[in-house]
Design a protein around this ligand. Structure first.
Ligand code: GLN
Length: 243
């Protein structure tokens, strides 16, 4: 019997799961089981309480504007606990719509403003904004490749978003765009890394296509919980998959 457990919260897994973002959990489980770690997943959705101490990893997937308006209202009740989780170095992966809602606010395609929880220094605008100079009315859709400037790792994905996201000067991007659009199609940033939060527009899902990132995120989560074990070394021995 494995003696280690990774407790995962799938935030709004029933509403925010564009292009099978749940596959990110499957990818983590795939590597975790090979190193005798059991993965337990709980969907935390509308009206459920999120307790940061209960979880070692949080997935907040993508969703369309309509779902985001519903989620944004509920998210207010979870904001303080999520902030606490993030500032205590909890590991979290936020994709597309989830990534947008961790910022201060977003302007939807219909011009409506929706507040995020402001945990990360980022905001999202839409085609109505004068800051959007390129491809004004187009969605940013297609294959995308980025390079992580800290590790040199290259990540592949698929993006499909209307929102244009801008991260603050003090925030680090997940990577620099090699091909595709990224956060806004203008500044060559894709995603964000803030403490142990990884934000990205990549579907695919990002962790099934990029085993290097899956291992890095899994090692980060497990090291927070079981700091006496060298999880990075344990995971290095496994083949890195790209499905
Ligand atoms: N509704 C958001 C946008 O279009 C997010 C889309 C998504 O999560 N795929 O920008």
């Amino acid at each position: 019997m494995p003696q280690y457990t990774l407790n995962i919260a799938h935030l709004y897994g029933d509403l925010m799961n564009t292009y099978g973002d749940y596959g990110n959990i499957i990818a983590l489980r795939y590597y975790a089981e090979q190193i005798d770690v059991t993965v337990k997943t709980t969907v935390i959705s509308l009206d459920n309480t999120f307790k940061s101490a209960d979880f070692d990893f949080v997935l907040f997937g993508g969703g369309q504007d309509y779902e985001q308006t519903i989620v944004a209202k509920d998210l207010k009740s979870k904001a303080a606990e999520l902030q606490h989780y993030i500032e205590n170095d909890g590991t979290l992966l936020a994709i597309c719509g989830g990534f947008q809602l961790l910022g201060s606010h977003m302007i939807m395609a219909d011009g409506q403003r929706v507040d995020g929880i402001g945990a990360l220094d980022l905001y999202t605008i839409n085609m109505h904004d004068s800051q959007v100079k390129v491809a004004k009315d187009a969605r940013l859709t297609g294959n995308i490749v980025i390079k992580n400037n800290q590790t040199g790792e290259v990540y592949h994905g698929f993006e499909n978003h209307q929102g244009r996201t801008f991260i603050g000067d003090q925030e680090l991007a997940l990577g620099t765009v090699i091909s595709g659009n990224g956060n806004n199609g203008m500044d060559n940033h894709e995603g964000i890394i803030h403490r142990n939060v990884f934000g990205s527009y990549f579907h695919g899902p990002i962790l099934t296509r990029n085993g290097n990132l899956a291992k890095r995120i899994l090692a980060t989560s497990l090291s927070q919980k079981y700091p006496d074990i060298n999880w990075e070394d344990n995971l290095k021995q496994l083949p890195t998959e790209s499905f």
